[in-house]
Design a protein around this ligand. Structure first.
Ligand SMILES: Cc1ncc(COP(=O)(O)O)c(C=O)c1O
Length: 385
């Protein structure tokens, strides 16, 4: 029996270990020079003026909405086909997350459904770039501009991604990235907000550390001063220098990781090309897909087994897989508190029955990818109608 191929494994080398050890030896563990350097390198890479490091993408989204001035009773448009974090941050303000259906091809939010969801309470849109495929930002920005809405991107999957030549992270009012353990680069837990708005960057930075006028590095370093003031009741969302050291080493390899994932995504496309039972994800024109996830859709009418059974048999054959996502409107909280029913967002509802995510990461070998392809192919051939 071959060993189990996990759904994800982080790609860490000696550089990451050396970077972390340096920080441990330095005696300064929390937010300090390494975080500053990570922010600068990240801002340079995505081509934005400001980058503020925080301890998760969830924190990044929360602070971006806070800087945008979200208030109780406001509404924010959010895709239903996303992770919990994208919408939960809206509820932190006692505001309302208004869920938008997806399109079947990209699984990104359906832009044709935005206008009808806007009310006089709508303050912002949070497009999430599903699996690393950028949403149509020109269309979203143009609706937002006409209606006076903020656009805050959930780019947890979208590093490194491009839209019409521009890096995701340099396009919207602000963009939030994740460095969670399974993401394209990782700091264990971590996140980043990018923006070209200097006032927002300053507000996000201040609110990420209790709303203090100075951070600890500015108080305890040789040129620092002990004095600080509380300017606003903030949060404890700062990233540590230990995590930033990991991030700096990972950032240098980000493009190389991406090239490997893109190559493997192409292996999957080729491997399934002749199977009408499988719909493969495709990059739309004018984008660089980050290929964080490889999400296929099964044509259940052509198969004798359900998606759940398909996953069970894949796992049994040693291939780890997952489902992205259970649409938000199907979860008890959104049903009970906001009154959503499955058919309210019919495309996501239908797609959810058919999707599964296959392993896609740079630590995989070509043999691993071949094995995943062959196992999926065999399952399809065995269970064809
Ligand atoms: C689309 C999306 N947004 C936000 C997040 C939250 O990221 P973090 O765990 O860094 O808070 C995730 C995490 O999986 C995600 O998939």
């Amino acid at each position: 029996m071959e060993s189990f191929l996990p759904f994800h494994k982080a790609d860490l080398g000696d550089e990451e270990i050396a970077g972390v050890v340096d920080v441990l030896r330095s005696g300064w563990l929390t937010t300090g020079p390494k975080v500053k350097e990570f922010e600068q390198e990240f801002a340079a890479m995505v081509g934005t003026q400001h980058a503020v490091a925080v301890n998760s993408c969830t924190a990044a989204l929360h602070l971006a909405l806070e800087a945008a001035g979200l208030r109780e009773g406001d509404e924010v448009l959010v895709p239903t086909m996303t992770f919990a974090a994208t919408a939960e941050v809206v509820t932190y303000f006692k505001a309302r997350p208004v869920l938008i259906d997806c399109t079947q091809d990209t699984l990104n939010l359906d832009i044709d459904r935005i206008e009808q969801a806007i009310t006089d309470k709508t303050k912002a849109i949070i497009p999430a770039h599903f699996a690393g495929q950028p949403c149509d930002m020109d269309q979203i920005q143009s609706i937002a501009r006409a209606r006076g809405l903020h656009v805050i991107e959930d780019a947890a999957h979208a590093l490194p991604a491009r839209y019409k030549g521009k890096m995701v992270g340099s396009i919207a009012d602000s963009t939030c990235f994740s460095f969670y353990a399974t993401k394209s680069i990782t700091t264990g837990e971590g996140g980043m907000v990018t923006t070209n708005n200097a006032d927002w960057a300053a507000r996000i930075r201040m609110m990420s550390l209790h709303g203090l006028s100075r951070d600890a590095w500015n108080r305890y370093s040789a040129e620092g001063s002990w004095y600080y003031e509380i300017l606003s009741p903030g949060f404890k969302y700062n990233l540590t220098d230990i995590a930033a050291a990991l991030g700096l080493a990972q950032l240098k390899k980000c493009d190389q990781f991406w090239k490997t994932r893109e190559r493997y995504a192409n292996f999957y496309h080729e491997g399934f090309r002749d199977l009408p039972e499988i719909m493969c994800p495709e990059a739309v024109p004018h984008v660089q897909h980050a290929w964080h996830l490889y999400v296929i859709q099964l044509d259940l009418d052509r198969l004798r087994i359900t998606r759940n059974e398909f996953i069970r048999q894949l796992q049994q054959a040693g291939i780890g897989c997952s489902v992205h996502f259970i649409p938000l409107h199907l979860h008890p909280y959104y049903r009970n508190v906001w009154g959503y029913r499955p058919d309210d967002l019919p495309v996501s509802n239908m797609v959810f029955q058919r999707t599964l995510s296959l392993p896609l990461y740079s630590k995989m070998t070509e043999t691993d990818i071949d094995r995943a392809i062959q196992t999926v192919r065999n399952l399809v051939l065995e269970n064809r109608r």
